[in-house]
Design a protein around this ligand. Structure first.
Ligand code: FAD
Ligand code: SF4
Ligand code: SF4
Ligand code: SF4
Length: 361
């Protein structure tokens, strides 16, 4: 059943499942929505066309979007794949800026350098320090600037709109969290939808994800309790049971991951996708030694792009053998995430709190 913006508000936003992804805002044909503190808000006259409702992941859910995208889950934990690699950038400068092996940045740099794509959507920092926001990049140098993980969710699809409307791009690569890749597939399979946005993304690169922190974590814990001014933070890394905060010209500080986990919101707690199973290529730390990236090639489009980058010597890569400890690590993370989501839904139902629309029986 379709709906309009009021239904999106009631069914997703007010229930606490909005991802702040900006898909509804970007797709609205009359541009009557904007993100206010990360929440889609009506700013003008809505014509009740229903596009925003049909773009939202949480009006459908991961499983339905997967079926509509016609993906066969050949492996229930890893998702569909053609090959799996341990990879890293051949450039020292990229590895220094990147989160793990710099595989994402390495791929995007080569794809842009040889005009395999005409732009890329990545995530940089917005108006506030450490607050993520989608960015349009068109040159290899710009890609490098945005390397590294920002540990909150931010709006991504407003940048897709900007790439199409302002930069006239039509062959984009997009890097996103599993929820953002699933949203992309939702946009690409929905009707009604914003066709121009849907057709502009040719390559989807997904990141592994066990959860993002709410921005409040940085304000209340990093700045408030640990007394680290956010403007001083160079980058953040989750490693084992610690969140490591790297500061400019000062030694890094550690915060217990258990504290940060209290800042994972409901939208993440019902999320079932660890490895971005609907992407063309998925990349994460799990499965590879420190300083390297695991790269899962899932589709022919992903294989063509990855092979092109490797042929141009844009990435160093070796196979990650199926059955190895690395693969088991990915399987376990994937199972952990699905089990966690199941428990959250059971808890919500037991306490008579709202569940996502897709989980209503
Ligand atoms: C919130 C979050 C949670 C994660 N959780 C896990 C995990 O549990 N296990 C695991 O193995 N890996 C996890 N990752 C992935 C990991 O941190 C690296 O992003 C991944 O290994 C790629 O590393 P790289 O060196 O190849 O990427 P880089 O070359 O450093 O490039 C990183 C790319 O990620 C994009 N990016 C950064 N932050 C965000 C964001 N908030 N939203 C969308 N895109 C973003 C940037 O646009 C950049 O292009 C997580 C990433 C994020 C952002
Ligand atoms: S005009 Fe359409 S897309 Fe925009 S808010 Fe209204 S229903 Fe949603
Ligand atoms: S499309 Fe994204 S921003 Fe809009 S309501 Fe859905 S989750 Fe929130
Ligand atoms: S846990 Fe799911 S909803 Fe949360 S940021 Fe990761 S992919 Fe998105």
């Amino acid at each position: 059943m379709g709906g309009v913006f009021r239904d999106l508000e009631d069914g997703v936003i007010k229930r606490g499942f909005c991802l702040g992804c900006g898909a509804c805002v970007a797709a609205c044909p009359v541009q009557c929505l904007s993100l206010q503190d990360g929440t889609p808000t009506l700013q003008g006259k809505c014509i009740n066309c229903g596009v925003c409702y049909e773009e939202c992941l949480h009006t459908a859910g991961f499983d339905r979007v997967g079926k509509q995208w016609k993906v066969e889950m050949t492996d229930p934990d890893l998702g569909p794949y053609l090959s799996i690699h341990i990879a890293e950038s051949p450039e020292k400068a990229v590895k220094e800026r990147a989160q793990d092996g710099g595989a994402v940045t390495a791929m995007l740099k080569t794809l842009l350098e040889y005009e395999y794509v005409d732009g890329a959507i990545v995530t940089g920092v917005g108006a506030k320090p450490l607050q993520p926001e989608g960015k349009v990049v068109t040159t290899p140098d710009e890609v490098e600037e945005y390397a590294g993980s920002k540990y909150c969710r931010g709006p991504l699809f407003t940048a897709v709109r900007e790439a199409v409307k302002h930069y006239g791009r039509s062959r984009l690569a997009l890097v996103g969290l599993p929820c953002q890749i699933a949203t992309l597939r939702r946009i690409q399979t929905s009707n009604p939808t914003n066709r121009q946005l849907a057709e502009s993304v040719k390559l989807a690169i997904g990141l592994f994800c066990e959860g993002a922190f709410q921005y409040r974590f940085f304000r209340e814990v990093v700045e408030g309790q640990a007394r680290i001014p956010l403007a001083e933070v160079e980058r953040v890394e989750v490693s084992g049971d610690k969140v490591i905060v790297y500061r400019m010209q000062k030694p890094p500080r550690e915060i217990a991951l258990a504290i940060a986990k209290k800042y994972i919101d409901l939208a993440c707690r019902v999320c079932t996708d660890f490895s971005a199973v609907l992407a063309d290529i998925s990349v994460g730390a799990a499965g590879s030694p420190k300083g390297k990236s695991t790269v899962i090639i899932r589709t022919n489009a992903g294989a063509d792009a990855f092979n092109f980058v490797a042929r141009m010597n844009g990435i160093k890569t070796k196979p990650l053998e199926v059955g190895s400890g690395g693969i088991e690590e990915i399987r376990k993370a994937s199972q952990r995430k699905k089990d966690g989501a199941k428990r959250t839904l059971e808890r919500l139902r037991a306490s008579k709190q709202p569940v996502p629309l897709w989980a209503e029986s």
